[in-house]
Design a binder for this molecule. Structure first.
Ligand code: HEM
Length: 755
């Protein structure tokens, strides 16, 4: 605090800050960047540190060796009102370098200049070689106790609360790529358990492209942009990807998931997660089982349409991270249940004929139901993206007692890869001491020194056995909570580079997936293949992929071949009979609408009486209303406008409510806003017409009352169409719209040509 400032002035400033903070911590407008609203004039004097944002969390304040410091997380942030050097010396000026006269040369003596520029020059670290683009959040996991029969891990005990950090990601794109590309999504969870950190490093797709980790560089090189021109970014719609998957047909199962709606999730909050591999569980008696991990989202599994995904990639490349952060800020905390499919640990390691060590295979839930064992809730956004989301480091080898690995050859290679890459990415071997990576269990290792060593290790003898440190630290026995590698018998065998015969079936489960889809989902799959292969230049690659499609299903093949203008080949393998798995379809059922975005289109010059009521009702229903008006600022009734016709677009909304029929605004000119087209001079602003047209095309719920019904009609829609609701008042329309929204979309509106 500035000692020269009279205490009263400082106190008044603090009160102003607190009042503004209270106003803005109101979660009604998520995304406001600062906890206090800024003054118009440049601030001229220091104020006490601003309060932390209500939606943010931070890594627990642990020492580098895992001890609890009991210091609030906020104490880790920058403190105080005065700018200092990295050594804490207060600075007088950071805008002018030290020069020999105002026009003179800059002096080498200027340490502040050199420190500031040098640090800036080194701000970037290598992005992840895969999964570079991501977003993360803090949360808590609560065990149900239902896993006790199969797993002794303490974090699964009934009522046990364990802090977690989750990072969601896309696989192929660079760190700055768009969120809504067609790709697999990462779903990596760090459980800070009392028995050591457990990382469940999964994806939103339950199978993988390859069966053996030695091929990981190949599949990733094929999926990343072409090495010569470095295009296309963050997508699989290009020749090298389809070249690889059509030659390595074990990738066909994962690929059909990517071409389905699973490849373009509506939200990270609406994705399933899968551990993919089979793990080995150990219970308190030492009995083992095999198991697969599942995350089941409370909100259901929902997707974008391909057109929405493409428009969003331009309109809001941060759509998924914004959705995650805004939902958490507005109190719609995303939740998942952790589930297990459990199988007997028999020597064959198969279940119902399915090889459990083959990561390109699922076990349908109808054969082995998913049993829920706990609940995850994400309730805090990161305080600093780089410190937390960018520096978090997951590893499959981070396992608590009770969970062990299997011989899945993909898993085995992963056990090597992550630590190896993180040494480069995070600049040395001590990254487990970065706050977000610090375990919450005491660390007592004999790993020493290296770059960025944060711990001050005591003791004279970092080796075993020793007598100088009285023999400490000692290996623990199983009764002392040690992780004991499960003594699995390895049958006598010959060293080979090869696969078991069971790994040779590349098509039956892709076929199972196809036949488990509803007609509209099949239609989307056909369109996705046709789009992606249509972007390839080489006809031979398209023909080769069509052969794989024929081996999955002749109808699928024929539909895609027609779109590509190529003949459909005959299957080259016998087509197996499959029993569809309804659990694989995303359709059917109703789901909570928490955190959904509801656009309310208003005409500020008309009656706004009902608007506040509807807006409040949307909040009360746990969703986020976005008021869309011709111009920004506040409406006459004091309601803030969040989107204008210029900045808003239907694709970011889950439902559209028309509360007025705004005439073309002054900027409804193609020269000012290309979305205006040539539609000026109409009853309705052409951007609103476009909004309604797009919302209808994407099968979104559309509601209207009062003058909004005129807008609906002017946009060419009529009550009685699927998912279109009109009524006498906003609340009446909203209640019907909510019911429809619980199905995610008005599915009837999508044409489905494939039965
Ligand atoms: C079932 C198969 C796989 C799944 C589910 C999976 C999942 C993931 C996820 C979720 C991430 C992002 C972690 C984060 O958010 O920081 C990731 C990163 C990574 N994965 Fe995988 N992966 C799989 C296979 C593989 C294989 C076979 C390898 C190599 C042999 C591999 C190497 C990597 C590497 C090097 C990273 C970057 C790690 C970092 O820089 O921190 N992955 N993977």
């Amino acid at each position: 605090m500035d000692p020269s400032k009279p205490a009263k002035v400082v106190k008044e400033a603090a009160e102003t800050v607190a009042a503004k903070a209270a106003e803005l911590l109101d979660p009604k407008v998520p995304g406001v960047p600062s906890p206090v609203s800024p003054s118009l004039e440049e601030p001229t004097g220091p104020v006490p540190p601003l309060p932390p944002r209500g939606d943010q969390g931070a890594p627990d304040t642990r020492t580098p060796t895992g001890a609890d410091t009991h210091v609030p997380a906020t104490a880790m942030a920058q403190q105080g009102a005065y700018l200092t050097t990295s050594q804490g010396a207060r600075l007088r000026d950071t805008d002018h370098s030290l020069k020999a006269g105002v026009r003179g040369p800059t002096l080498l003596q200027d340490h502040h200049l050199r420190e500031k520029i040098t640090h800036f020059d080194h701000e970037r670290i290598p992005e992840r070689v895969v999964h570079a683009r991501g977003a993360g959040a803090h949360g808590v996991f609560v065990g149900y106790g239902s896993a006790a029969g199969v797993c002794k891990a303490g974090f699964l005990a009934e009522g046990k609360e364990t802090p977690v950090f989750v990072r969601f990601s896309t696989v192929l794109g660079s760190r700055g790529s768009a969120d809504t590309v067609r790709d697999t999504r990462g779903f990596a969870t760090k459980f800070y358990t009392d028995e050591g950190t457990f990382d469940l490093v999964g994806n939103n797709i339950p199978v993988f492209f390859i069966q053996d980790g030695i091929k990981f560089p190949d599949v990733i090189h094929a999926g990343k942009p072409h090495p010569d021109r470095e295009i296309p970014q963050a997508q699989s719609a290009h020749d090298t990807f389809w070249d690889f998957v059509s030659l390595h047909t074990e990738a066909q199962h994962h690929t059909i998931w990517n071409m389905s709606d699973r490849g373009i999730p509506r939200s990270y909050r609406m994705m399933e997660g899968f551990g993919v591999h089979t793990f080995r569980l150990v219970n308190a008696e030492g009995a083992t089982s095999l198991a697969k991990f599942h995350w089941k989202p409370t909100l259901g599994v929902h997707s974008l349409t391909w057109e929405e995904a493409q428009l969003l990639a331009g309109l809001d490349p941060d759509f998924h991270r914004r959705d995650l952060y805004d939902a958490i800020e507005s109190g719609a905390y995303p939740e998942w249940e952790l589930g297990l499919q459990v199988f007997p640990d028999d020597p064959e390691q198969t279940f119902d004929g399915i090889d459990l060590l083959d990561p390109t295979k699922i076990v349908p839930e109808e054969l082995a139901p998913v049993q829920t064992v706990g609940r995850l809730r994400l309730d805090a956004n990161p305080t600093n993206f780089f410190a937390e989301v960018e520096q978090v480091a997951f590893h499959l080898g981070h396992l608590p007692p009770g969970i062990d690995v299997t011989d899945d050859p993909l898993l085995q290679a992963r056990l090597f890869s992550y630590l190896d890459t993180q040494i480069t990415r995070l600049g040395g071997p001590n990254f487990s001491q970065i706050p977000v990576n610090r375990p919450h269990a005491p660390v007592n290792d004999m790993l020493r020194d290296g770059f960025h060593q944060d711990a001050v290790h005591g003791g004279a003898a970092p080796y075993r056995p020793n007598s100088l440190d009285a023999g400490n630290p000692f290996p623990a026995g199983a009764d002392d909570g040690a992780f004991v590698d499960t003594p699995v018998t390895v049958t006598q065998s010959t060293k080979v580079r090869g696969n078991p015969v069971s790994f040779e079936d590349h098509f039956s489960q892709a076929r199972l997936f196809w036949h488990s889809m509803t007609p509209v989902e099949k239609e989307h799959i056909v369109r996705a293949y046709t789009f992606e292969l249509g972007k390839c230049y080489e006809q031979t690659i398209k023909e080769r992929q069509l052969q794989s499609l024929a081996n999955i299903d002749p109808v699928l093949c024929q539909e895609v071949a027609t779109g590509l203008g190529l003949p459909a080949p005959e299957p080259s393998v016998p087509l197996t009979d499959v029993v569809p798995s309804p659990a694989l379809s995303q359709l059917g059922g109703t789901w909570p609408q928490d955190g959904r975005l509801v656009g309310i289109v208003v005409d500020p010059d008309s009656d706004l009486d009902g608007l506040s009521t509807v807006r409040q009702a949307v909040f009360t229903a746990g969703m986020v209303p976005l008021v869309v008006a011709p111009r920004g600022g506040m409406l006459p009734n004091g309601v803030p406008v969040q989107r204008t016709f210029l900045t808003g677009r239907s694709v970011e909304l889950d439902a559209v409510l028309l509360a007025g029929c705004p005439a073309p605004a002054p900027d409804a000119l193609p020269a000012r806003d290309a979305k205006a087209g040539n539609g000026s001079g109409e009853l309705l602003d052409p951007r609103v017409r476009l909004l309604v047209e797009e919302a209808f095309r994407h099968a979104k719920v559309i509601g209207a009352w009062g003058a909004g019904v005129d807008a609906l009609t002017a946009a060419g829609r009529a009550p009685g169409e699927a998912g279109v609701v009109i009524g006498d008042s906003g609340p009446e329309v909203l209640s019907t719209a909510l019911e429809l929204l619980s199905r995610h979309r008005a599915w009837e509106r999508f044409p489905a040509g494939v039965a």
